[in-house]
Design a protein around this ligand. Sequence first.
Ligand code: SAH
Length: 475
Amino acid sequence: MDYLPLFFKLTQQNVLLVGGGNVALRKARLLCRAGATVTVISHQVCDELQNLLDAHAGISIVGEYHASLLEGKALVIAATDDNSLNERIHYDAVQHNIPINVVDNPALCTFVFPAIVDRSPVVIGISSGGSAPVLARLLRARLETWIPKSYGNLASIASSFREQVKKRFQSVNQRRVFWESVLQGQIAEKIFSGRTEEASKLLQEKLDRSDPEHSAGEVYLIGGGPGDPELLTFKALRLMQQADVVLYDALVSADVLDLCRRDADLIFVGKKRDNHAVPQEGINDLLVRHAQQGKRVVRLKGGDPFIFGRGGEELETLKAHNIPFQVVPGITAASACSTYAGIPLTHRHYAQSVRFVTGQLKNRTSDLNFEELVHPNQTVVFYMGLHTLPQLSSKLIEHGKPGDTPAAIVSRGTSSDQKVLTGTLATLPGLQEKAKLEAPALIIVGEVVTLHDNLSWFGDEVLAQNLIPETASKT
Ligand code: SAH
């Protein structure tokens, strides 16, 4: 982050604006809206700027800029087209420790003006740090259409009830839950449609009815998808942004985690192979304990919570403790990795069914039903199979699957370092020994893997093409 966004209180603060043309006028308008007392220094002050200053008790001085004008100023803005003058003003301001903005010259600025969406008292500032102002303006235009004009009224009504709500709910948490339901529900809609009085009445009723002692917690079991944050569902995002506590796994990507509510407590409960950070019972206990404290607990898992995610077990514990929950599906690794690798899991010619199978083998043998896995015309996807790949490969061949069946490893699917290694059932273990693709990785076995050659679209690293020509040309 090149600039820290802050909101500057300028009411009755003195601001120096150097320049008297149109650019200065635009800045002066903003400053006056923020209640600043503006002093303009310029050889010429345009009429409109003069009128604005007259209307807002501003001062205009016709003449030459001088460093003594900086005294007692909270901010300085240089809006002249004289580069050496701008540089001088910058230098003087920095000497006096006064924040300075030189219009259209980020190198000389110690602060920048964001593009503004004004729904006072709610104000949104968007900045590209001076690098792409047009982009910031485009984004502003989007927000302008998306945020109702009367959003500010919502903030005003919230402000008028603030003390009452504070008295009724002792804990910050309870207050937040109350406000979130007010600001997103029926009351907000009334305000957006201009029925402020009705909204006030409803808010009062809601406040009188609410029972601070029994605002129960809730658990949201959320599938965070395979890593790319754009693959989250809207619902996942909405609930993640309401979380008080987030319990997350090793498979949850940093980008996804970053979208949780800023103030939420993030607790890592990840399990890595052979290294159980928090045992399952410990996770169950944490879920129950936080929810019983009235918190909204997000249990965030990689992929889909019900596919090799032990999500079901966690919910059973919650059920036993009468804790309400919601489950949000996520895009499971098989779907995500296959699509991002250009390997359709089913295909009219190659595979009419698909199986998701765990590649974990107990005691190096397996309770997997290999007889079923070797059937033709199906795709088999192994989760957690990277370290057992040699055994999986030889078991499948042993049970009759042809050694030249196309097979692929998709490592770190959907991330910027996704890698795809293709070969055959017989060659893939050897190829992987050399390529050493990293976990998490998925193994896809079946004729559909041949399509990768033609349909690969994401990322640029394709490691090996070792397919048997006959399978590739089969239609
Ligand atoms: N619930 C998860 C699966 C958890 S099991 C889901 O629905 O996706 C963990 C296994 O998922 C890993 O061993 C790996 O095989 C697979 N996996 C998860 N994310 C992956 C990714 N981004 N790329 C490749 N494989 C992934």
